[in-house]
Design a protein around this ligand. Structure first.
Ligand code: NAP
Length: 289
């Protein structure tokens, strides 16, 4: 088995299963999962993310409702739209593409989304539920990363997991999920001292930093499994390219598993958004508890 963890293939397989499930829900329950995707402004990266999400929905038979709002949309108008979407019965999931423009408080917006439609898993109620081990909507990137880890390693009990990064979006929920699966978890961040030696203790190393090739080969234990969440665009040899937070070429010869960038965690994030949308639809229809 190659030590490269093929997130793209895993995500495609997961989406194939979801596609079958969506077709069954439509046929047997007259239920078509639907997601509203809200984009405020014209940030080019956000536009690409939204386009990719909508494309995946189409492939799977999930209905998507796109709401593209101008940059100067007020917080009040965005809240009005969210309220409408909370009440719209064929919308099972609501995704507000982050970041929103500076004049809008993303915490206020995330709090306004009905927790049962919070397919990004960022509502405080869903985060709290996860913290006490009652997972409802789990944030997509950590969820996808855990799926890859479980597929590669099976039972994670007793493993020392080091997570670099403590964002609400990735680092913190990732640490919570690893703890739920009985790992011994260390969270490192920008104030951590001697991060290299902490990383060297890791059986599982998760990098969610946002710094190109931050993790070097001598930071990583022989035989460890590395999940590289980072997506960094750099200019190299006169070309623009995407690289992760891990120095892939140097690290990969010594590890038992490593996700590439691109083609690792990224495709899993979108696949898990689809997964959460199908789950939300089933839950709202009373098909799962
Ligand atoms: P973020 O909110 O900027 O958080 C970065 C974290 O890294 C912070 O906790 C920060 O520590 C820590 N950090 C920064 N510099 C450090 C250093 N020198 N040493 C140790 N820790 C350091 O970023 P994020 O949203 O978590 O995203 C992280 C990366 O993942 C980005 O590249 C992002 O593009 C990528 N990402 C990918 C996906 C995907 O689908 N693959 C999804 C989401 C994010 P402090 O808290 O102390 O500042």
């Amino acid at each position: 088995m190659s030590n490269v963890i093929d997130g793209k293939q895993f995500a495609n397989d997961l989406c194939e299963k979801l596609k079958l499930e969506v077709a069954q829900l439509l046929e047997q329950q007259d239920l078509q999962p639907g997601i509203a995707v809200v984009l405020v402004g014209d940030d080019p990266a956000s536009q690409v993310y939204v386009r990719n999400k909508v494309k995946r929905c189409e492939q799977l038979g999930i209905k998507s409702f796109e709401h593209r709002l101008p940059e100067d949309t007020s917080e009040a108008d965005l809240l009005t739209l969210i309220k409408q979407l909370n009440d719209q019965s064929d919308v099972h999931g609501i995704l507000v593409q982050l970041p929103v423009p500076d004049h809008i408080d993303d915490k206020v917006i995330l709090a306004a989304i009905s927790p049962s439609k919070d397919v990004d898993g960022l509502h405080i109620e869903n985060i709290g539920a996860m913290a006490v081990g009652n997972n409802q909507m789990v944030p997509c990137t950590p969820l996808g990363s855990m799926m890859l880890l479980n597929d590669r390693l099976g039972d994670l009990s007793g493993k020392h997991a080091v997570v670099i990064g403590r964002s609400n979006l990735v680092g913190k929920p990732m640490a919570t999920l690893l703890l739920q699966q009985n790992c011994t978890v260390t969270v490192a961040h920008s104030r951590t001292k001697d991060i290299e030696s902490i990383c060297r203790q890791a059986d599982i190393l998760v990098a969610a930093v946002g710094r190109p090739r931050f993790v070097k080969a001598d930071w990583v234990k022989e035989g460890a499994v590395v999940i590289d969440v980072g997506i960094n665009r750099i200019e190299e040899d006169g070309k623009s390219r995407l690289v992760g937070d891990v120095d892939f070429d140097a690290v990969s010869p010594k590890v038992a598993g490593i996700t590439p960038v691109p083609g690792g965690v990224g495709p899993m994030t979108i696949a898990c958004l689809m997964y959460n949308t199908v789950f939300a639809a089933k839950k709202q229809a009373g098909l799962v508890s």
